[in-house]
Design a protein around this ligand. Sequence first.
Ligand SMILES: [Zn+2]
Length: 199
Amino acid sequence: MADNSVSDDAMADDLTPPTRTGLRRRRAAERLPVRLLGDPVLREKAAPIAADAFDDELRHLVDDMFVTMDAEEGAGLAAPQVGISKRVFVVDARRDGGGKESRFALVNPRVVEVSDEIDAGPEGCLSIPGVSDVVRRPAQVTMEGHDVDGNPVRVTGSGLLGRALLHELDHLDGILFVDHLSPLKRRMLLKKYRKLQEE
Ligand SMILES: [Zn+2]
């Protein structure tokens, strides 16, 4: 019935976001609230996905993360940013000229190779909205991990993709891009951020 579906939607909006203890079953992916700087979950070391946990719950989480990243117009989103302290992130670097291979989820990622060459580029974070600064990172990175079905994957990225891979991996270890700035630049950026938050 149409009336029922309307009230179901309205109720879904009122539900609290998923917690680390478990996700409720959902029919459709939904946008999740993004945790902001100061939330302790952003500073935790996230837990690996166990071999027997490549299931519907993980697929729901990843679907929701894609929807949330797209709604926030981000190039990447890590699970801790939606309050889930697990080693999962999604990236979308297609705006850098890549094809659909530039949009994917990576589970239990680990760095297998980084270039000696360093790239200094502007970087921001959905958890610290409104501010950005130049961050130095390896120009190219290769990571291995798994897709959402548990298949092993290996990805190499440079440019926006490489930067997004390293930024999102940092999130899984409780590291934020501001941690890569000099103390002075970090202080200035956080001051600007707090001012923006007060407005
Ligand atoms: Zn971020």
